[in-house]
Design a protein around this ligand. Structure first.
Ligand SMILES: C[S@@+](CC[C@H](N)C(=O)[O-])C[C@H]1O[C@@H](n2cnc3c(N)ncnc32)[C@H](O)[C@@H]1O
Length: 320
């Protein structure tokens, strides 16, 4: 699908507009219910958002569940960034509602967040303006940018980060070369992304989500299962046209330009975020159950029985 877009064509521009509007509306809708994790990690609240019928998309956002599943990832990233510089100049790509940028600025870094969604960035700005955690605050600013045709400044950033967004970038080769150019000589590229789900993960995670009591009804789940994965992917791309532009081929593309210094491959149970958010159990049972799912996931991965569908990595340019 990534080859089918001609950057700058009328079709591309209209898809880009749709992409921006979709991600902006997602955050706006969530904000009507409370503070989502994607906007402010520290002040996040547990919220339920109806994201439309028929898609296996997370409908409920629970910060405690998020920390159980991904807390170690966030801790690792904070530590990696600090190891590059305690007050790093960071370019954060596909930053969405800015929660991660804000958290890094609270840790003393100076962050420039880029995304195509004007609405998401306006929300991110508002949250930065009213941030109550000001002690040791670095700085944060945001810029609406199309990363498929961005020209980045030379030798400027200690760290370039991308979180759950590279798989939306159609011109990934172009962006990777721009990242190389914009890193300072000792700079690092840190990214976390979806690298494609394997059949076994899809079956296990899908099966769990299907059987568990969730905020999505069993009738809806049957309708999703009967339509099949391809129909669901098509529906997702109707909403977010650049969804899964690159997944399985992402690492080969990155490693043509970067050496991987540290990596952490994770998540072997498909739809794990949706399981974490949507499982409807009394709190006393829910969190121990999610800890069990996380443990099981780690064991399946370690044993080699299942393959990871996400990667977190820190890399440096092969040639600078
Ligand atoms: C899956 S969301 C992730 C958002 C955020 N990193 C998070 O984890 O909450 C993907 C993001 O990529 C952005 N995006 C997609 N295509 C883009 C482009 N060409 N240029 C800049 N941002 C883009 C979307 O607006 C959206 O915010």
């Amino acid at each position: 699908m990534s080859d089918s877009w001609k950057i700058g064509s009328a079709e591309y521009d209209s898809a880009l507009k749709k992409e921006a509007e979709y991600w902006g509306s997602e955050i706006k809708q969530a904000l009507q219910k409370g503070i989502p994790f994607s906007v402010d990690m520290r002040r996040a609240q547990k919220i339920f958002v109806h994201r439309g019928n028929g898609l296996p998309q997370q409908q409920s956002f629970d910060p405690k569940a998020e920390w159980i599943m991904n807390g170690e990832l966030y801790e690792r990233v904070f530590q990696w960034v600090r190891s590059v510089s305690p007050q790093a100049r960071i370019l954060f790509l596909t930053c969405g509602g800015g929660g991660f940028c804000l958290e890094l600025a609270r840790q003393g870094h100076h962050v420039l967040g880029m995304d195509i969604s004007h609405e998401a960035l306006q929300i991110a700005k508002n949250f930065a303006d009213e941030n109550p955690y000001t002690k040791g605050f670095g700085s944060v600013e945001y810029k609406v940018t199309d990363l498929n045709r961005v020209e980045l400044p030379k030798d400027t950033f200690d760290v370039v980060m991308a979180w759950d967004g590279l798989h939306h970038i159609v011109a990934l080769d172009h962006l990777l070369h721009q990242i190389v150019k914009s890193l300072k000589p000792k700079g690092r590229f840190i990214f976390s992304d979806n690298i494609g789900m394997h059949r076994s993960s899809r079956l296990l995670g899908g099966g769990m989500y299907f059987l568990l009591p969730t905020h999505v009804s069993y009738a809806q789940k049957w309708s999703i299962a009967l339509r099949g994965a391809d129909a669901v992917k098509k529906e997702m791309q109707d909403r977010s046209p650049f969804e899964e532009s690159h997944t399985h081929e992402m690492m080969p593309m990155v490693t043509r330009v970067f050496n991987i210094e540290r990596s952490f491959y994770h998540t072997s149970i498909g739809y794990r975020a949706a399981i974490a958010g949507d499982t409807r159990l009394p709190e006393k049972l829910k969190y121990p159950f999610l800890r069990f799912v996380k443990k099981l996931d780690d064991i399946l991965l370690k044993s080699g029985l299942f393959s990871p569908d996400h990667v977190l990595a820190m890399a440096y340019p092969i040639q600078k």
